[in-house]
Design a protein around this ligand. Structure first.
Ligand SMILES: C[S@@+](CC[C@H](N)C(=O)[O-])C[C@H]1O[C@@H](n2cnc3c(N)ncnc32)[C@H](O)[C@@H]1O
Length: 277
């Protein structure tokens, strides 16, 4: 299966538009990610589940007030600010979207966290940081937008201090040998500029960069699959193309809508933790 590789400048433009559009239409959320439901009987709302995913990251990062954390693909800052507030760690976030960076720094000021959380416009494939700058890296739903995962992991290895860890989520084809994948996945990847990872190559890829695997979990049931169910329950929400922006986006009739992933159990989500030895 060939996938179109997202180009960072295009991803930046997409998130600029999504950010401005969400502010205009009132759907702005400080989290730009999926949720995490601990169990099938969890009654968490989507907003609660989004915060829960950040909290799972915080638990796995194991950082404290002496740590400096890189938030790779920081969105509008919600997760990084939550981490800074909860652990006292210093956070530097980077996003390829200038609008997101502006918004994240504004939120940091509004929440009194500017001294500990700073957001910069940068490309994860070529980070403007010296070697061994960070105690930990979090990449929450951002690597799927990057055209060269090997290069991203080399950069993560380079900027991590020895002993530092990276916690990340990524999307993957859960049934790689299935001939036809759910059409919603192709639409999602096309309109939100992502590629799915090759799960069989994930651990070798971390190792190629010099990182040592700590854990890798399939969290599809707790995240993407459940989110699609929750969106379906809301009804109507799925009728609106995700990236619609008052005419700035030219979407065809078959533009991706969240409901397109309903029941797509081949749309996998993984949560991995790796360490720079
Ligand atoms: C789905 S959002 C997740 C945002 C944030 N981690 C969160 O959970 O709210 C994806 C993020 O990845 C960022 N991103 C994508 N490609 C990037 C790149 N090449 N360099 C830096 N950031 C990138 C986007 O700008 C966006 O902030």
């Amino acid at each position: 299966m060939t996938q179109t590789l997202p180009q960072p400048q295009d991803v930046g433009a997409l998130y600029d538009k999504l950010t401005l559009s969400a502010m205009r239409d009132g759907s702005f959320n400080t989290n730009v990610h999926i949720g995490y439901w601990d169990s099938p009987d969890s009654t968490a709302t989507i907003d609660e589940a989004m915060d829960r995913l950040t909290d799972v990251f915080i638990e796995k990062l194991g950082v404290d007030a002496s740590s400096h954390v890189l938030d790779l693909g920081c969105g509008v800052g919600g997760p990084g600010l939550r981490l800074a507030g909860r652990t006292g760690a210093r956070v530097t976030g980077v996003s390829i979207s200038a609008e997101q960076v502006k918004t994240a720094n504004k939120l940091a000021a509004e929440t009194g966290l500017s001294a500990r959380a700073v957001f910069e416009h940068a490309d994860a494939l070529n980070l403007p940081f010296q070697d061994s700058s960070f105690d930990a890296v979090m990449a929450l739903e951002s690597i799927c937008h990057m055209p060269d995962r090997d290069q991203v992991f080399r950069e993560i290895f380079r900027v991590l201090k020895p002993g530092g860890r990276v916690v990340l989520t990524d999307i993957f084809d859960r049934y790689p040998r299935k001939e036809v994948r759910s059409p919603g996945i192709d639409k999602f990847c096309r309109d939100l500029m992502c590629t799915t990872a090759d799960i069989d190559d994930y651990v070798p890829m971390l190792h190629r960069a010099g990182l040592r695997l700590h854990s890798i979990d399939d969290i599809t049931e707790q995240s993407t699959l459940r989110l699609a169910d929750e969106i379906e329950k809301l009804g109507g929400f799925e009728e609106r193309p995700v990236a619609m922006d008052e005419g700035n986006f030219e979407f065809s009739e078959d533009a991706f809508k969240p409901g397109d992933l309903s029941g797509a159990d081949d749309f996998g989500c993984l949560l991995a933790v790796a360490v720079r030895p």
